[in-house]
Every structure is written in C-alpha cells, then in structure tokens.
Design a protein around this ligand. Structure first.
Ligand code: SAM
Ligand code: SF4
Length: 471
C-alpha cells in the first residue's frame, strides 16, 4: 500500500529528473484478452491526454475499448481535483459504479488522476468505496498493466500512489481521439505554487521534455496527417527552465513552426514567464495560431499577492498590450472570484481590468478551498457569503459575455479558415474552430471532418459563430 502524502508532494529538490523509456513487460501482454474497458475523464486537457495514454496502454495489453460504461469489464475514472465540484462528480460516479459492481461482481474499477494524489480522497475511498479495486496516481500511470494484473482478483482496495517530484516517461502508447488534431505534452508539473492551487501537489515538479523528443512526436504526427498540435503544460512558458540546455518556449515554438505542421497552439501560459522573444516568434510564424490563453485570476493587486501570482495588474496589462499588437490575436483568461478576504473593492478592480482587456472569452470560477494549500487556511476566516460570491460571478460573467459577443461580431461577414471537428447537435450541421479558437457552426457533412475549410461568418453569439462554407 502506497498512500499519498501532501507534505511530501510539496517538497522540491534539485535532483535531476529520472528519464525513462517505456517498455511493456511480457508478463502483461495479454491481460486484456477478451475484455473491454471504459475510461471516464474529468478535468483539463492534461487529463484528456492522460486518458489517451491510459487507453493506449490498455489497447497494448489486449483490451478492447467499449463506449458503454455499463457493459465494460474494466472501468477507470481519471479524476480532477481543481475544484470541489470535480470531486463531487467523481464521487457521484463511484456511487453509480457500486450498483454496477453489485450486478456484476467481476467488474474491475480503477481510480486515477489528480484526486488520487490527495490523502482526503484516498481515505474516503478506503472508508466508503471499497468496491474500487485499485487507485493509482499521476506518477505511475505507465505502471497500469502491472496494477491491473495484480489487482484483477483482489477483493481489497489496493492503493499505489506516490507523492514524489516525478519522473519523465517517453514512448508511452497512445490512442489519439483524433487523427487530425493532437495534444503534445511539453512540460509536466508546476513549481509556481499559487496559494489556491492543488496542481503542484498532484502533478509534481516542473519537468520539461527534451526538444528532440517533442519534435520527433510532432514530425510523426504530421507524417500521419495531423493538422493541429496543441503543446501542453500547466505553464508552457516555463518550458526549458529546468533543463539548462539553452532553449526555452520561444525556441521550441520556432522549431515546431519549422516542421510546417499547419496549426500550432499552446496552453496554458503564465504571465510571469512570457518573454518578448516568445511574442516575436508567435507573430513571425503564420502556423502559430494567434490565440493566447493568459490567466489573470484577479484584477486586485492585494489579491494577486495573496494568490502568489508574482505579477501586478499593471505588469499583466503591459504584457497584454504587447500581445494585442499581434494583428487579429484573440486572448482569453481565467478569473477566480471570492478568493478569501476578497472585498467588493477588490472585485471592482477585477471588473475594471476586464473592461480594459475586453477579453475574447474567459473561464470564471468561484474560489474552492483545496485541503493542504495555503489559501485554504485563509478561507477558514473568510466572511464573504456564498450568495455574495455567486452574485460577483454573475456580474463578472455578464461583462465577459458582452465582450465575447463584441469580439465575435467583429468577425461578421469575413471569411476564416476553420478546422472541422465533428457533427453539431443540429442535423446537417458541422462545427470547427477558427485559428483564434472561435467555435463556428455551419452546414456540411461528415466528409469534411478533419479538413480545413473557409467559412464566411454570418451570425455572432457570445459563445459561438454561425457561418457558411465559401469554397
Ligand atoms: N496553470 C494554469 C495557470 O497558471 O493559470 C491554470 C491551471 S488550472 C487547471 C485552471 C484554472 O483553474 C486556473 O487558472 C484557476 O483559474 C482555476 N483554479 C485553480 N485552482 C482553483 C481553486 N482552488 N478554486 C477555483 N478555481 C481554481
Ligand atoms: Fe496552479 Fe497554474 Fe498556479 Fe501552477 S501556475 S500553481 S497550475 S494556477
């Protein structure tokens, strides 16, 4: 039994990262023969991509993917711990799975992802959800075949979670959701320790992949017809800092651009590590998409300091203005309302920065206390009621939605390349994204999925556009 420990997870040393090449032990080669699996994913793109690796690992040992969870022999929940509601969803699903296991005692249930890295969660699983066969963390995902092999017939819940800084595993099998669009990890973990955030504890220290490994993956994807790569990390702008090899995100973006893959995206950016050279490279290459997600979190300098964000609203605005000089660029953000001790005045500062930046869009959240983080202690004496926080969120969203609508309206009657991703809910309609990551719905059929088409924008709403193909 290896139990998570948040105190250990917080530790950072200067120890070099252990780089491992994935190799499957022959013992596990056929453990999935005649069995099916279903993976349920919660949370961010990082988790979505982890699921692609989990599915790749399962395919590799003979399992077959099954879209219907109720029929699968193995169900894995890949969880997220960023806010309380993500926790609640996963626990709700575990409740549902309890009934399923009563009907089918041979069902194997695994839990992984960020929640698995938390002591409170694992203790709750051990106390109330004994139908779970095994729990593994973000650091030993590659070990999944062994965990299944050893726990298939196990009646006791086995916990295998490590609270370490983390290794870096290359060559994991992957089952990509799309052939035309792919996530590519460039950096794992985070060392920023924003006071509200659980990620540095659940994902380990900042560790960059070597540039040659990333380029190899991008070239391979391009060879197989991929049109868009998204370079992934909790803070992609810190890329390379831990490597001491003399390159950073600007260099990486430039090299990825030179592969001539048609579309390059990158998420998420932390304002602290954004350099002028990165901005130059983004403007220089036509295949680097003119879209930046630049979380501000709050417009109050007092709150930003309490959050440990390492910038003031003035620093942020200077960076924002530099990025805005790139023609046609779209910028979105993340904002937390109701951080402990946030006053009406602090909140008005947030509204003010939103008015100044006029974002293309934003993800907005009510602060959610995460056990073990410094802000959770501040929360204990927080006087603001949930009702006030909900009111602030409502006011913020109204403002944000107006600016999103305005920015979408500016696209009306113009034509843009759109990468078609799938069928819309409406019959006969398909959808895709512009270079600036705007969602567009238009008439078309499934033959166009995975192709870049030119679309004229005919109608604009806050969260999407309607258009028609012009070629
Ligand atoms: N690494 C990114 C950054 O620095 O902005 C963001 C990663 S996090 C997965 C996505 C967003 O969740 C954050 O930008 C923040 O707005 C939000 N978030 C993180 N912790 C939160 C918390 N405890 N309560 C509410 N929102 C939170
Ligand atoms: Fe969390 Fe992002 Fe801050 Fe890292 S930089 S601690 S992931 S909010």
């Amino acid at each position: 039994m290896n139990l998570p420990n948040l105190t250990k997870a917080r530790k950072r040393t200067r120890k070099e990262v252990n780089r491992i090449d994935y190799k499957l032990n022959d013992l596990y080669k056929n453990i999935g023969k005649d069995k099916t699996y279903h993976v349920k994913t919660y949370g961010c793109q990082m988790n979505e991509h982890d699921t692609e690796n989990i599915e790749g690992l399962l395919d590799n040992v003979g399992f077959t993917k099954c879209d219907d969870m109720e029929k699968a022999d193995l169900v894995i929940l890949n969880t997220c711990s960023i806010r309380e509601n993500a926790h609640n969803k996963a626990f709700g699903m575990l409740g549902r799975l309890k009934h399923l296991k009563e009907e089918r005692p041979n069902l194997i249930i695994g839990v992984c992802g960020c929640m698995a890295q938390e002591e409170v969660v694992v203790n709750e699983i051990l106390a109330k959800y004994r139908h779970v066969n095994f729990v593994f963390g973000t650091h030993n995902l590659f070990d999944l075949p062994r965990l299944i092999y050893e726990n298939m017939d196990n009646s006791k819940t086995k916990i295998d979670v490590f609270s370490i800084e983390g290794d870096l595993v290359e060559g994991l099998p992957v089952r990509r959701t799309n052939t035309f669009k792919a996530y590519v990890n460039i950096i794992y973990g985070c060392d920023k320790f924003c006071t509200y955030c659980i990620v540095p504890y659940t994902r380990g220290k900042q560790r960059s992949r070597k540039m040659e490994d990333i380029l190899k993956e991008v070239n391979e994807l391009k060879k197989n017809g991929c049109l868009e790569v998204t370079l992934l990390g909790q803070n992609v702008n810190a890329y390379g800092k831990d490597l001491d090899l003399g390159y950073d995100l600007a260099d990486l973006l430039e090299e990825v651009a030179k592969t001539n893959i048609p579309r390059i995206r990158f998420i998420t950016s932390h304002p602290w590590d954004f350099t002028d050279r990165m901005i130059e490279v983004i403007s220089k290459y036509q295949n680097i998409m003119k879209y930046v997600h630049l979380p501000i979190q709050s417009g109050s300098n007092r709150i930003l300091k309490l959050m440990g964000r390492r910038y003031t609203k003035e620093d942020y605005k200077i960076l924002f203005d530099k990025l805005k000089k790139i023609p046609g660029i779209a910028i979105t953000t993340d904002i937390i309302v109701g951080f402990p001790s946030e006053t009406e005045e602090d909140f008005l500062d947030t509204l003010d920065i939103v008015k100044k930046c006029q974002y293309d869009g934003a993800f907005t959240f009510i602060y959610s206390p995460r056990v073990g983080t410094p802000a959770a202690k501040l929360y204990e004496s927080d006087k603001t009621t949930l009702e006030e926080k909900e009111q602030r969120l409502y006011r913020l969203n109204e403002l944000i939605n107006n600016y999103s609508l305005e920015s979408n309206k500016r696209l009306l009657n113009n034509c843009y390349p759109v990468l078609v991703e799938g069928l819309s809910n409406k019959k006969g309609m398909i959808y895709g994204y512009t270079e600036t990551n705007k969602l567009v719905n238009f008439k078309g059929n499934s033959d166009l999925i995975g192709k870049i088409v030119t679309v004229k924008i005919l109608d604009a709403k806050s969260f999407s556009l309607d258009g028609e193909i012009v070629e």
